[in-house]
Design a protein around this ligand. Structure first.
Ligand code: NDP
Ligand code: A1CAB
Length: 551
């Protein structure tokens, strides 16, 4: 039974016929080298008429009212336009095109004749010459020859037989813009929904603009009226100053920032209203607490600049990674030394600072040190100086490792389609919530992790990938590397940790193996001696013959 044709199909078929006539006329003007031709009827057979006519209509569509677009709109709604070509290439079309290619490679059709249907002028000229009318409906399909030349079988799967028209591209772009807008508004809604209305809004806004919320502290009694001098006023010094001044533990006028960089001094003065200078020697003079906040590599220069002016009773606090207490004592000629390892969250009074001190530090100075280090966060006193290198790796460098992880998570969110600020908010709140939960509950992290991991769920899938990527050992190796580097900076043996042998380690070998090794060593040295003897014999023979020749 014949299927009743819809209006669209009828219209498309008529356009298709028009296209065939136009294309056939063009074929007559093109060089005729092909022997095998495919009729439109062959192509049409076995597939829906609308589909075929749509492909043909695409070729003449520019001037014919574009029924194909209506067809495409129905067949490829905006959600699909990215992944599908404007005209589907039927199996039959592919087959005929392939057969055609096998029969004989078609010559590349001239550009203008290939797109006869698209050019109104050309069609008008053909019509004037009566060529359009003369061609019967079932003329050979020269356009297929063109397609076969332009899209060889290897490309048929990835490219449609007709190039997308400007109109199609426009429709696609519109659809894309629409879907992008939808995503943006979804992102915007996410932000709006996130903002709580219980008075925390202002605080959140301030945080999102990058202004820190600094925990407030009681003014320090032990540090009252003490002159605190920073030698080197870079990133870490700035964080400490910020925490202690903005948190209220010390007065801004108690703090002096010393730095060779004028821009840096102006910036710190404007930001914290502290005193500044470029002169290390004058800054060190009269300091009660001198904080060494330069790079370990610069320390020797700083020692030279202040050795003559520093008071012998001054409390020297070094935050330099790896630099040991004894290196400071010897380099600077002082005895009252604290070695500390803070971290950058000091800026918002959230540092965790490990510290230790030399025996000469008085009880009063220990109190001062404790209050100084807790003026920008929490502090942990460590009895063994070696642990300072470990703390450097774990908590000193730790924030950088965390930031890298946050960055990776935020980028993944952006990759999925979140706006960056939404992704950032989701990630940072997640991290903060996880940290606060771990602190508040006191539970082991694995317990808290299990609470999130549903059997066969999303978290299990994510954790599997992290374990597969060796996340635990990657973190462990990174922290060991930082520890080794810290020891290296302090001139200590850094051949420690997994897979390393410490210098001087006695290997316990089986006796038999030791004997064998000894025998092998003796045998090697015996051979070496023999070779040396042979060489000396050669030398004496050569000298004797040379002497003879000279005589
Ligand atoms: N950043 C961190 O997270 C942590 C750092 N530390 C330690 O803190 C110390 C400083 O690190 P950081 O703040 O990151 O480094 P920065 O480079 O930011 O700061 C060092 C500052 O010292 C200045 N400087 C250079 N030479 C002298 C000099 N002769 N006299 C006085 N100042 C000088 C530098 O000026 P210029 O730039 O012009 O050379 C710079 O402003 C390091 O020893 C580091 O190990 C400890 C814990 C954490
Ligand atoms: O990278 C560094 O060497 C310093 C010490 C700890 C953090 N930053």
């Amino acid at each position: 039974m014949a299927t009743p044709m819809t209006r669209t199909t009828r219209r498309a078929l008529s356009v298709s016929a028009q296209a065939s006539r136009a294309a056939a006329a063009a074929a007559q003007t093109a060089p005729r080298t092909r022997t095998k031709i495919i009729s439109p009827a062959t192509i049409m057979r076995g597939s829906s008429a609308a589909n075929k006519s749509s492909a043909a209509a695409m070729r003449v569509g520019r001037t014919s009212g574009r029924p194909d677009l209506r067809y495409h709109a129905a067949k490829f709604p905006p959600t699909e336009v990215m992944s599908r070509p404007p005209t589907a290439c039927t199996a039959r079309q592919m087959h005929t095109s392939t057969r055609f290619m096998r029969a004989e490679p078609a010559p590349a059709a001239p550009r203008n004749s290939s797109n006869t249907a698209g050019s109104a002028t050309k069609r008008a000229s053909l019509k004037a010459r009566g060529l359009l009318k003369q061609q019967p409906l079932a003329r050979p399909r020269p356009d297929m020859r063109y397609h076969a030349a332009k899209f060889p079988p290897s490309q048929m799967l990835s490219r449609p037989p007709t190039m997308p028209s400007a109109r199609f591209l426009h429709t696609t772009a519109c659809a894309l813009r629409r879907s992008r807008k939808t995503l943006q508004s979804a992102n915007a809604e996410a932000v709006v929904e996130e903002v709580p209305d219980d008075g925390k809004q202002a605080q959140n806004e301030q945080q999102s603009q990058g202004e820190e919320q600094v925990k407030q502290r009681q003014p320090s009694v032990a540090l009252k009226d003490k002159k605190i001098v920073f030698l080197g006023s870079g990133k870490m010094a700035e964080a400490m100053m910020g925490g202690m001044v903005n948190g209220g533990a010390v007065e801004a006028t108690q703090v002096t920032a010393c730095d060779p960089n004028a821009g840096r001094r102006t910036y710190l003065k404007d930001r914290f209203h502290i005193l500044t200078t470029a002169n290390n020697a004058s800054a060190a003079k009269g300091a009660d607490i001198l904080i060494l906040a330069v790079k370990p590599q610069t320390m020797a220069l700083v020692f030279d600049s202040i050795r003559d002016t520093i008071s012998k009773d001054c409390l020297v606090v070094s935050i330099a990674a790896g630099f040991t207490l004894s290196q400071i004592r010897e380099g600077l000629g002082v005895k009252r030394v604290v070695r500390a390892m803070p971290n950058t969250p000091a800026l918002i009074n959230e540092s965790i600072t490990s510290w230790t001190f030399t025996q000469e530090v008085s009880p009063e100075q220990r109190r001062q040190a404790k209050e100084l280090l807790s003026a920008f966060g929490a502090e942990v006193l460590l009895s063994d100086e070696r642990m300072l290198d470990m703390a450097t790796a774990l908590s000193g460098s730790g924030p950088a490792m965390c930031q890298l992880m946050f960055e990776a998570m935020i980028d993944a969110g952006v990759h999925m389609g979140f706006a960056r600020d939404v992704s950032r908010k989701l990630v940072l709140h997640t991290v903060r919530g996880a940290v606060n939960l771990a602190l508040a509950s006191g539970e082991h992290p694995s317990m808290l992790k299990n609470d999130i991991t549903s059997p066969g769920g999303t978290t299990a899938a994510a954790l599997y990938q992290l374990e597969r990527g060796g996340m635990r050992t990657v973190f462990s190796d990174a922290i060991w590397a930082a520890y080794r580097r810290s020891r290296e900076l302090g001139g200590l043996d850094s051949c420690i940790g997994p897979g390393r042998f410490q210098v001087g380690t006695q290997l316990e070998l089986p006796e038999e193996l030791v004997e064998n090794l000894q025998q092998a060593t003796e045998a090697i040295s015996a051979v070496k001696d023999e070779i040396a003897e042979l060489h000396s014999d050669d030398d004496s023979t050569t000298t004797a013959s040379n002497n003879k020749k000279q005589q």
